[in-house]
Write a protein that binds this ligand. Structure first.
Ligand SMILES: Nc1nc2c(ncn2[C@@H]2O[C@H](COP(=O)(O)OP(=O)(O)O)[C@@H](O)[C@H]2O)c(=O)[nH]1
Ligand SMILES: [Mg+2]
Ligand SMILES: [Zn+2]
Length: 278
């Protein structure tokens, strides 16, 4: 039999198959072979012995908390409290794309924007991220958002206090996850959950996590960062140098497109910050 590991507590593995959940142990040989089953793993198990006998190759793996075979990551980004940060958004987009997970953007707390100028600014960002191919939602109207989860393994990520738990609760009233005003929240960096847990929501599986504390450029080269700035790929063939990093090179098409407002200035500036910190 085959199922998906949806929860791990110590050495207890909860495997979902069809409409059932079976509590399994891992095969003794796994430890010796350094096989470490994760939430999200497709597991073969013996239904009589309640033992996981094999896990399938993973398509990707995220850490802190650990989860694998993730189809898509919903990046929650508040427009206020905490303040919108294009730097953080671009960082998450780049890293998630690099990990072969599809990023999806969801803005929260639009209701806290009072000034028309602030609203306009965020709307411009939304337009731009859509233009370069990302799906963008807000947490206000859930009709369309709820449709993206079907038959997918999704994770929510984003800073503490952006509204991840609130949104999950809104999607499924029965969940009743704890939410906290940001002043009282645990603060960033305190992620005690080692493993994510998968919830069945909207016809798919969604990971309940406090967000990923390990979304860093670790392991990524400058070129990896460049190649995951998705809109650059459309123009890069017109750069004079084949391996142009779009920094100080002559005749760089990316810089031309920034000047022509075809590439958003903040994207380019964030990109420069990322690769010069490498
Ligand atoms: N004004 C406003 N507050 C929100 C919104 N979404 C969440 N919050 C509040 O933001 C705080 C943090 O939310 P929470 O879901 O705990 O954030 P998490 O840390 O990302 O899980 C809570 O006080 C929520 O009530 C929103 O769309 N608008
Ligand atoms: Mg939360
Ligand atoms: Zn270039």
């Amino acid at each position: 039999m085959k199922g998906i590991i949806i929860k791990i507590i110590n050495d207890n593995y909860y495997v979902k198959y069809e409409k059932n959940i079976l509590l399994c142990k891992a095969r003794g040989k796994f430890r010796k072979d350094n096989i470490n089953p994760l939430v999200g793993d497709v597991a073969e198990f013996d239904i009589g012995d309640k033992v996981i006998t094999n896990i399938e190759n993973r398509k990707n793996e995220l850490i802190r908390p650990s989860i694998c075979n993730v189809d898509q990551a919903v990046i929650l980004m508040s427009v206020k409290e905490p303040e919108f940060s294009s730097l953080l958004l671009d960082k998450m987009l780049t890293i998630i794309d690099y990990n072969n997970v599809k990023p999806i953007i969801c803005f929260t707390k639009f209701d806290l924007l009072k000034a028309d100028n602030d609203k306009k600014l965020i709307r411009n960002y939304i337009k731009y991220y859509e233009k370069i191919g990302y799906q963008v939602f807000t947490n206000r109207y859930l009709f369309w958002l709820k449709r993206i989860f079907k038959n997918k393994l999704s994770v929510f990520t984003g800073q503490s206090g952006v509204g991840k738990s609130s949104l999950l609760n809104k999607i499924d009233k029965k969940l009743n996850l704890k939410t906290a005003p940001i002043s009282a929240s645990l603060g960033r960096g305190k992620h005690t959950t080692r493993h994510a847990e998968l919830l069945e929501l909207c016809g798919g599986l969604i990971a309940d996590t406090p967000g990923f504390s390990a979304l860093e450029f670790t392991g990524m080269s400058k070129e990896d960062i460049r190649d995951n700035f998705v809109e650059f790929n459309k123009y890069k063939d017109n750069c004079e140098y084949r391996n142009c990093l779009h920094l100080n090179e002559n005749n760089c098409e990316i810089k031309r497109m920034v000047d022509k407002n075809q590439i958003l200035l903040s994207r380019y500036q964030n990109y420069i910050k990322f690769i010069t910190s490498k």
